[in-house]
Design a binder for this molecule. Structure first.
Ligand code: NAD
Length: 478
C-alpha cells in the first residue's frame, strides 16, 4: 500500500499508526470500493493527542506568541493549502463523491477561513472604558487551552477548517477528529501544518470513530473547549460528556431549512437557488432548503420549473467536469436516505421527479415530493439528502407559521421583490441565518449557528473570539 493510501493520526507533527495498530477502511462511494485505510483511534491514541496538545499549550510558544507571528504561521498554512488545492479537493471528491469543482470551491473557502481568523485575531482591538469611579477597565482575550473539534463528513475539509482556524488563531492548541467516513483531507491538512512549520501539537489529527476516539476527547478534563458539528442526537451526547468537566460547548447541528417563495419573487433567481439549496452536495448540507413553501398563485408554474431544473442536473462521476450531482457519501447514508424516500411513497407523497436509482449505485436522484402530511416523518425529520418536500401557502402569516413549525432552526430562505416583506419576514423567522433572494453566502464576521435542535452557541468573528478565549476584565485604579 502506497504512502498516500494510508491516513494516520498526526500527533506532535508526526504521522503515526494507532498504538495498537487498529485501522479502518475508507470508501469511495462512487466506485463503491475501499480506496484507502485510516488509523482507527482508540482511547490510548486520544490520550496521546491530548497529552501532546496540552504540552504544546502549557509549554508554548504558541499561546504566548505575538499575534503577528501567529498570523504569519497560519497564513503559511493557508498558502500551502492554496498551492495544493487540487490534491485536497481530489481527496474530498474521492472520499465522498463531491463533484470536483465543488470540492475545489470548498478548499478555497477553507483557505479563507484560515486567513480570516489569522487576521481577525491579529487586528483585534481591545475595549478600554474609563469609569466614573476614576478607575479604568479593559478586557483581555487570552486563549482557553486545548480545543477538541469534532467534524462531520459532508464538507470534510471546510467544516474542520471552520473550527481549527479560530481555535489556533486565538492561541489554543487543537485536536481535530474528522468523521471516520472522510479522514483523508483533514489528515492532509495535518501534514501541511507540519510542513508549514506550526509547532508540534498545535494541530493534532485524531482519526477514528465517534466512540472511542471522539468520546474520549469530549470527556477528558484536560480539554478546555469542545466544538462539534454533526447530528442533533450526537450533539446531545457530546454536550453531556463535556458537562462532566464543565467544558463549554459549541454545537452546530442538524437542520430542516424552510425556503419560502412569494408570488412577487424573481422566479428565475428563486428556481436557481431552490435547486442549489437542496441538490448541491447531493442535499448533504445542514443548511439545505429541504422544506419548500410556494405561494398558491404560482405553485404549479414554480413546481414545473423547479422540477425541470432538477432533471437537468447531470448525474455521474464526481471527476467528470460536467457532473453536478453524484452518489451519496456512504452505503449507510444511502440506505438511510432511501428509507425516507420509500416511506414518503408509502405515506402517499406525490413524486414530481427523482427516487432511488436502481442501478446498484449509491445515488438517490434529485427528488421533489408534495402532498405529504405535515406530521409525516420525511417532512419533519432531517433527511440530509436530495429530497425536497413542497407545500403551498396563501398568506405571509401562513408561510411564516409553516416555516417555524419545526424543532430545528438553522436557517431559512425567502424570495420576494418586496423590500418591506423581506425585512418583516426575516425578523420573525426562527433561524440562525436568513437568506433573502440567495443562499449559502457567508460573511465570517457575522454569527453562525442554530436555534432549538440546530445547535448551541454561535461562531464567526467576535462570537468565535468569545468561545475560543477566556475573556478577562482588568480593573485598575489610576
Ligand atoms: P454525526 O453526529 O454522526 O457525526 C459527527 C461527528 O461526530 C463524527 O466525526 C463522528 O465520528 C463524531 N461522533 C459520533 N459519536 C460521537 C460521540 N459519542 N462523541 C464524540 N464524537 C462523536 O453526524 P454526521 O452524520 O457525520 O453529519 C451529518 C450531520 O451533521 C447532519 O445532521 C447535519 O445537519 C450536521 N451538520 C451540521 C452543520 C452545521 O453547521 N450546523 C454542518 C454540517 C453538518
Amino acid at each position: 500500500m502506497s504512502e498516500q493510501q494510508f491516513f494516520g493520526h498526526i500527533i506532535d507533527g508526526e504521522e503515526v499508526e494507532s498504538v495498537g495498530g487498529e485501522r479502518l477502511d475508507v470508501w469511495n462511494p462512487w466506485t463503491r470500493e475501499v480506496w484507502a485505510q485510516a488509523a482507527d483511534g482508540q482511547e490510548a491514541d486520544a490520550h496521546k493527542a491530548i497529552e501532546s496538545s496540552r504540552r504544546a499549550f502549557d509549554e508554548g510558544p504558541w499561546a504566548t506568541m505575538g499575534r503577528v507571528e501567529r498570523a504569519q504561521h497560519i497564513h503559511a498554512l493557508a498558502d500551502l493549502m492554496e498551492e495544493r488545492t487540487d490534491d485536497l479537493a481530489r481527496l474530498d471528491s474521492t472520499n465522498m463523491a463531491k463533484p470536483f469543482e465543488e470540492a475545489k470551491h470548498d478548499v478555497a473557502r477553507s483557505v479563507w477561513n484560515f486567513r480570516f481568523f489569522a487576521d481577525h485575531q491579529r487586528d483585534h482591538v481591545g475595549e478600554v472604558y474609563p469609569m466614573d469611579t476614576g478607575h479604568h477597565t479593559y478586557s483581555e482575550f487570552g486563549p482557553a487551552g486545548v480545543v477538541a473539534a469534532i467534524s462531520p463528513w459532508n464538507f470534510p475539509l471546510m467544516m474542520a477548517s471552520w473550527k481549527i482556524a479560530p481555535a489556533i488563531a486565538w492561541g489554543n492548541t487543537c485536536i481535530i477528529k474528522p468523521s471516520e467516513d472522510t479522514p483523508a483531507s483533514v489528515t492532509m491538512l495535518g501534514r501541511l501544518a507540519t510542513e508549514a512549520g506550526l509547532p508540534p501539537g498545535v494541530l493534532n489529527v485524531l482519526n477514528g470513530h465517534g466512540a472511542p476516539a471522539g468520546a474520549t476527547l469530549t470527556g477528558d478534563d484536560r480539554v478546555d473547549r469542545v466544538t462539534f458539528t454533526g447530528s442533533s442526537t450526537t450533539g446531545k451526547a457530546v454536550m453531556a460528556s463535556a458537562a462532566s468537566h464543565l467544558a463549554p460547548v459549541s454545537l452546530e447541528l442538524g437542520g430542516k431549512g424552510a425556503n419560502i417563495v412569494f408570488e412577487d419573487a424573481d422566479l428565475d433567481n428563486a428556481v436557481y437557488w431552490a435547486v442549489e439549496a437542496i441538490f448541491r452536495n447531493a442535499g448533504q448540507i445542514c443548511l439545505a432548503g429541504s422544506r419548500l413553501f410556494v405561494q398558491a398563485s404560482i405553485y404549479d408554474e414554480f413546481l414545473a420549473r423547479f422540477t425541470e431544473a432538477a432533471e437537468q442536473l447531470s448525474i455521474g462521476d464526481p471527476f467528470d467536469p460536467s457532473t453536478r450531482f453524484s452518489a451519496l457519501a456512504s452505503r449507510k447514508h444511502f440506505e438511510k436516505v432511501s428509507s425516507y424516500v420509500e416511506s414518503a411513497k408509502e405515506l402517499g407523497g406525490r413524486f414530481h421527479t427523482g427516487g432511488v436509482a436502481d442501478d446498484g449505485s449509491w445515488v438517490v436522484r434529485p427528488t421533489i415530493i408534495d402532498s405529504l402530511a405535515l406530521d409525516a416523518e420525511p417532512y419533519c425529520e432531517e433527511i440530509f439528502g436530495p429530497v425536497c418536500v413542497v407545500n403551498s401557502f396563501e398568506t405571509e402569516e401562513e408561510a411564516v407559521a409553516l416555516a417555524n413549525d419545526t424543532r430545528y432552526g438553522l436557517n431559512a430562505m425567502l424570495f420576494t421583490e418586496n423590500l418591506s416583506r423581506a425585512h418583516r419576514v426575516s425578523s420573525v423567522l426562527r433561524a440562525g441565518t436568513v437568506w433573502v433572494n440567495c443562499f449559502f453566502i457567508r460573511d465570517l464576521r457575522t454569527p453562525f449557528g442554530g436555534v432549538g435542535d440546530s445547535g448551541v452557541g454561535r461562531e464567526g468573528g467576535n462570537f468565535s473570539r468569545e468561545f475560543f478565549t477566556e475573556p478577562k476584565a482588568v480593573v485598575m485604579q489610576i
